[in-house]
Unconditional design. Structure first.
Length: 383
C-alpha cells in the first residue's frame, strides 16, 4: 500500500469523522462521503500495483474499513459488497483487465442479492432480444447500491442462476432510501428496481459449485460485517470518553464531583476500551489468516476451516460489543440518554448488523458440523 494512499485516506477520514450523529438524525445520505473515500483510493486498495492500485493485503483493507466505521458506522458497512466483489474478481481473474481500470478510476460497486418473498426464489430476470440483454426485477437489502456506479446481483437467465453486474447510470436502475431498520440508517439498504436495464453480455457470469469460492466469499462478507462492529466499538469508546471527561458532577453526589475520577465510571470506560480493542484484534487476526490462504493459492480445505473460525467470531464479537454499548449509559445518569449525545446509536447499529446472517444460525451451524460433520448448504454469502 502506498504511503500516499494511506495519507489520503487518513486525511479523508479525519474530515468525515465529525457530524456522524447529526447525519444519522437528519437521515442525510452519504453521497459526498462515499465519493471522498473512492477518490482517496479506498476502493482500489486491493488492485495490484501493476494495474495502478495500491496492492494492499486484505488485512490492510479491513483495517481501513474498521477506521471508516469508527468515523461513521453506515459508511463502513456500505462498502461490504464492494470489498467482496473485488475479492471475487481477484479469485477468478478473468475480468481483471476490464475491471481494474474502473476500480482505479474510483468506481464503487453495490450489492443486491435478496428479494422480498416468503421463500428464497428469484424473480429478477434477464431478457434477450437479438443482441440486446436487459434486466428486470426488484431487490431489497441492497446495501451500498444507492451510492454505487455498478450493482452486482443474482438473477435468472432462463432457468439458470447467474451473477450480473449492472451500470447504475441509466434510467432503468433506481435505488430508493426506504430501509426501515432502527439502525444503520444511511447504508442505503432499501429497494433497488431494474426496469429493462441494459446489461453488457460480458458482465454476466454463470454461478457454479466452486468449492473454494463460496467459503472465500462467505468469510469476506462476514468479516466485513464484523469489521464494522469493531469500528462501532471504537467510536463508542471515543464518544464515551468525550462525554465523561468534561463533566463536573456525578449523579447522586452534591456539588462538584468529577465523574472522570469516579471508580465506577473508570471501570465502565475500561470495560468499553477492552471490548473495542478485543473486537479489532480478533477481526484482524482472522483476516490475516485469510490473507495467508489467499497468498498460498486459495486452498479449499483451508478456506472451509477458516470459515468455521469466522462463524465462531460471529458468536463472540457482537456479544462483546453489544454488552459494551449497553454499558455506556452507566456513566452519566439521565443525561447520558440525551438525543444530543446519541449514544444509543451504537447499540442500535450493532444490533442491526448482528441480525445480518443471524448469530444464532451460525452458532447452530458450528455445533451441527462438530457433532455430525454436516455443513450447511448456503450459497448466498452476500445476504
Amino acid at each position: 500500500m502506498t504511503s500516499t494512499t494511506t495519507t489520503d485516506l487518513a486525511a479523508t477520514l479525519a474530515a468525515l469523522r465529525d457530524g456522524q450523529a447529526e447525519r444519522e438524525r437528519e437521515r442525510r445520505l452519504l453521497h459526498h462521503e462515499v465519493r471522498a473515500l473512492a477518490d482517496a483510493g479506498f476502493g482500489s486498495l486491493r488492485v495490484p500495483t501493476e494495474f495502478g492500485g495500491a496492492g494492499s493485503s486484505l488485512r490492510q483493507v479491513i483495517a481501513h474499513q474498521i477506521d471508516i466505521a469508527r468515523a461513521d458506522a453506515s459508511l463502513g458497512h456500505l462498502w461490504r459488497g464492494h470489498i467482496a466483489f473485488v475479492e471475487k474478481l481477484r479469485y477468478r481473474g478473468v475480468d481483471a483487465a476490464r475491471w481494474y481500470p474502473r476500480l482505479v478510476a474510483g468506481d464503487v460497486i453495490g450489492n443486491a442479492q435478496s428479494e422480498r418473498h416468503d421463500t428464497a426464489r428469484l424473480d429478477t430476470v434477464l431478457t434477450r432480444q437479438g443482441s440486446t440483454l436487459t434486466l428486470t426485477g426488484t431487490k431489497y437489502y441492497t446495501t451500498g447500491s444507492i451510492y454505487a456506479d455498478w450493482i452486482h446481483l443474482a438473477a435468472l437467465d432462463g432457468d439458470e442462476r447467474v451473477a450480473v453486474t449492472v451500470a447504475t447510470a441509466q434510467d432503468g436502475v433506481e435505488s430508493v432510501d426506504d430501509w426501515d431498520g432502527f439502525g444503520q440508517l444511511l447504508t442505503g439498504s432499501g429497494t433497488t428496481r431494474f426496469a429493462n436495464a441494459d446489461v453488457d453480455h460480458a458482465e454476466v457470469n454463470r454461478e457454479d459449485d466452486d468449492a473454494a469460492l463460496w467459503p472465500l466469499l462467505g468469510s469476506v462478507f462476514q468479516l466485513s460485517l464484523l469489521a464494522t462492529i469493531a469500528g462501532i466499538a471504537q467510536r463508542a469508546h471515543d464518544d464515551l470518553v468525550a462525554y465523561v471527561v468534561p463533566r463536573r458532577r456525578t449523579f447522586g453526589f452534591a456539588g462538584e464531583t468529577l465523574p472522570r475520577e469516579d471508580p465506577l465510571v473508570q471501570h465502565v470506560v475500561g470495560e468499553v476500551s477492552g471490548a473495542a480493542s478485543a473486537a479489532r484484534r480478533l477481526v484482524l487476526s482472522a483476516v490475516g489468516d485469510l490473507d495467508e490462504i489467499i497468498d498460498a493459492g486459495y486452498d479449499r480445505d483451508g478456506l472451509q476451516e477458516l470459515q468455521w473460525d469466522v462463524y465462531r467470531l460471529q458468536r463472540v464479537v457482537p456479544d462483546i460489543v453489544l454488552d459494551a454499548t449497553t454499558r455506556l449509559f452507566e456513566v452519566g445518569g439521565a443525561s447520558a440518554v440525551s438525543v444530543r449525545h446519541a449514544l444509543d446509536r451504537h447499540w442500535r447499529n450493532v444490533r442491526t448488523i448482528a441480525s445480518h446472517n443471524p448469530v444464532a444460525q451460525r452458532t447452530r451451524a458450528i455445533g451441527q458440523w462438530e457433532l455430525t460433520g454436516t455443513r450447511p448448504d448456503w450459497k448466498t454469502p452476500g445476504r
